[in-house]
Design a protein around this ligand. Structure first.
Ligand SMILES: [Zn+2]
Length: 129
């Protein structure tokens, strides 16, 4: 699991307590395996298909953030070079750079908002093959 999954909360179906999910618990969720609650030691599982889909989309959010950062850095460099060779005025270069930075922060904000989730964990069913 990547850094995108740090800080995800889960609500335990047994003790109703909210727990900060550990990396190994997140791994268990990712492979759809039951795991134990850190408070009451009962087995839990994420069963809601909607939440599973949202959980799986967290990795693509991290990718979105990373690729936006690369894109913005490239845009800033291009604007700087264009100013050096005289294709842009200093003002235009400044405006363009500010716009690029603004877009980056908008994406980061969006990603952080989407990342803030509390998973409703259900009691694990007996494993049936
Ligand atoms: Zn519990």
């Amino acid at each position: 699991m990547s850094a995108a999954t740090i800080g995800i909360l889960g609500r335990c179906a047994h003790c109703q307590r909210t727990l900060l999910l550990e990396p190994w618990q997140l791994n268990a969720i990712a492979i759809n395996e039951p795991f134990t609650c850190s408070h009451c030691e009962n087995t839990l599982q994420l069963n809601d298909p909607k939440q599973i889909r949202r959980f799986k989309s967290l990795d693509s959010l991290a990718l979105l953030r990373a690729s936006t950062l690369v894109m913005v850095c490239t845009a800033l460099l291009v604007a700087l070079v264009m100013e050096w060779v005289g294709m842009l005025s200093v003002m235009e270069q400044l405006n363009f750079s500010l716009l690029a930075i603004f877009v980056y922060f908008a994406v980061v904000r969006f990603a952080r908002h989407r990342q803030h989730i509390t998973l409703t964990l259900e009691a694990a069913k007996a494993h049936v093959d």
